[in-house]
Design a protein around this ligand. Structure first.
Ligand SMILES: [Zn+2]
Length: 221
């Protein structure tokens, strides 16, 4: 968890909803802050002045949308890495509420973990360290039972975390949306088709050579 980001979220929560010492921000306060209507029809923004609670983030901005009855306030918290965390609110005449289907929790939530490529394989929904450990276990053939998606078109494997809905994943290498559900069962490294063909030819040649030497022995020189 990022403590600076957490402190900023706590600060914004107090600002919007108030605490024992002071009331929360009303829509009228917000209008004053952004300069509505003097500065136009919006959307209008206001950057909170820096203070101790906000020292662990780059900026906190309030965006006011005067014309949208369903969404009037977007809070944007920009963390030190430049990532923006957005939360959505509407004024219900009394306090701020979260519009249906929008995100308004004023907490640091684990962002959806991205896709990591390690070696030939892809790892989806794992923290980086976990993905690395899993990749190592896969390489050693020890990640028994790990779930993955196999692309029948290009052979890519996508190992995914339990939080991932695999039906919505498409192949990160070729974009194929129809992937096969697989469970890792040890050393079953996908064979390169050319390599498999070459192996087959070598086996065939050996059989022929054995047959020839057998015939030579039987029939004499
Ligand atoms: Zn593919």
């Amino acid at each position: 968890m990022d403590p600076g980001l957490e402190a900023a979220f706590r600060y914004v929560e107090r600002l919007l909803f108030g605490d024992m010492e002071r009331p929360g921000l009303t829509i009228y306060d917000l209008e004053r802050l952004v300069g509505y209507p003097a500065r136009g029809e919006g959307p209008l923004s206001y950057t909170l002045p820096r203070n101790k609670s906000l020292s662990g983030v780059q900026a906190v901005r309030l965006f006011y949308y005067p014309k949208d009855p369903n969404l009037q306030l977007i809070v944007e918290i920009e963390d030190l890495e430049g990532k923006k965390h957005l939360r959505h609110f509407r004024w219900n005449g009394f306090t701020w509420e979260v519009p249906e289907g929008k995100r308004g929790d004023l907490k640091v939530t684990e962002e959806t973990l991205g896709l990591v490529q390690l070696g030939e394989d892809y790892f989806l929904g794992f923290p980086r360290e976990e993905a690395r450990e899993l990749a190592e276990a896969v390489r050693k053939g020890e990640a028994l039972g790990a779930k993955y998606l196999l692309c029948p078109r290009c052979g890519a494997r996508v190992f995914y975390a339990p939080s991932v809905r695999p039906a919505e994943v498409s192949c990160p290498r070729c974009g194929n949306a129809t992937l096969l559900f697989k469970t890792f069962a040890g050393s079953e490294a996908p064979k390169d088709p050319l390599e498999a063909l070459a192996e087959e030819q070598r086996a065939l040649r050996r059989t022929l050579e054995e047959l020839l030497s057998y015939l030579k022995r039987k029939l004499g020189p």
